[in-house]
Design a protein around this ligand. Structure first.
Ligand SMILES: [Zn+2]
Ligand SMILES: [Zn+2]
Length: 260
């Protein structure tokens, strides 16, 4: 699997000279195999997708908060005729996959609906493990206001777990530790410092310390922190990162490519 980080900022896109290294686009990770292009979330990062050739396109949505679907209207392949796009989401907040997109794609927020996309766009309600080509997809619930999904993608003996918008909770973390067990790459939400977390419990996000715990306890081999707080500058994120003493643990940077 070839993994490209297209957006790692949380909550709202940011720009400017303070956000050049980690990037200011919101959540989107592209996973490519020989014949598949799978996007994890459709935040503003998806707008800058590289050319994926003739690979089959899928989008997996962790949850429909705005920062995770914000890029969808300008996803280049949405407006390409003869292009098939499969959209997958678990039922979240009682809403089907289609119902999670409809509010954004309706007047007055946007002038066209999902039915108006030029691409052949299919909404799929996820209810159990499924396959996208030779990529096996499993999932558990996230710990986040309104709900959400943590996905695991497995292909040819390698696996990645995408746990964004996840609040570390002693009572529920066991499920994630088991789910992420020995994965090759873990994406984990580290939006807050320890101090910020204390002030924002219940907001649905975690810290570096939580991420390190999950990595250690689950046996995940590599860790990338995602959902950077939009108020944290490059310098601040570098400082948070410098306190982690492991080459396998980094804050996700825009355009970083990881091969599994
Ligand atoms: Zn988010
Ligand atoms: Zn969220």
């Amino acid at each position: 699997m070839k993994i490209t980080i297209l957006g790692a900022t949380g909550s709202v896109p940011v720009e400017g000279s303070d956000h050049l290294e980690f990037g200011g686009a919101t959540s989107c990770v592209l996973v490519e195999t020989n014949d598949q292009a799978i996007y994890l979330d459709a935040g503003s990062g998806i707008v800058r997708t590289p050319d994926v050739g003739d690979r089959n396109i899928s989008i997996l949505l962790s949850h429909p908060h705005l920062d995770h679907i914000l890029g969808m209207p300008f996803f280049p392949y949405i407006s390409k005729k003869n292009r098939k796009i499969d959209f997958f989401a678990c039922k979240t907040g009682g809403l089907t996959s289609r119902q999670q997109l409809d509010p954004l794609f309706s007047v007055p927020l946007w002038p066209i609906t999902v039915d108006d996309f030029a691409a052949n766009f299919t909404c799929n309600d996820v209810t159990g493990p499924f396959d996208i080509g030779n990529v096996h997809v499993t999932f558990i619930d996230s710990v986040h206001p309104g709900g959400g999904t943590v996905f695991k993608l497995s292909c040819e003996g390698r696996s990645l777990v995408y746990a964004t918008d996840y609040e570390y909770d002693e009572g529920r973390i066991g499920e994630l530790l088991e789910f992420a067990g020995n994965c090759d790459l873990l994406f984990f939400d580290a939006q807050y410092t320890d101090e910020e977390f204390e002030a924002r419990k219940g907001f649905g996000h975690s810290t570096v310390r939580h991420g390190i715990n999950v990595m250690r306890e689950s046996g995940a081999k590599n860790l990338r922190f995602v959902h950077h707080d939009p108020r944290h500058s490059d310098e601040f994120l570098r400082k948070m990162e410098s306190e982690v003493k492991s080459d396998n643990v980094r804050f996700a940077r825009r355009d970083e490519v990881i091969i599994l």
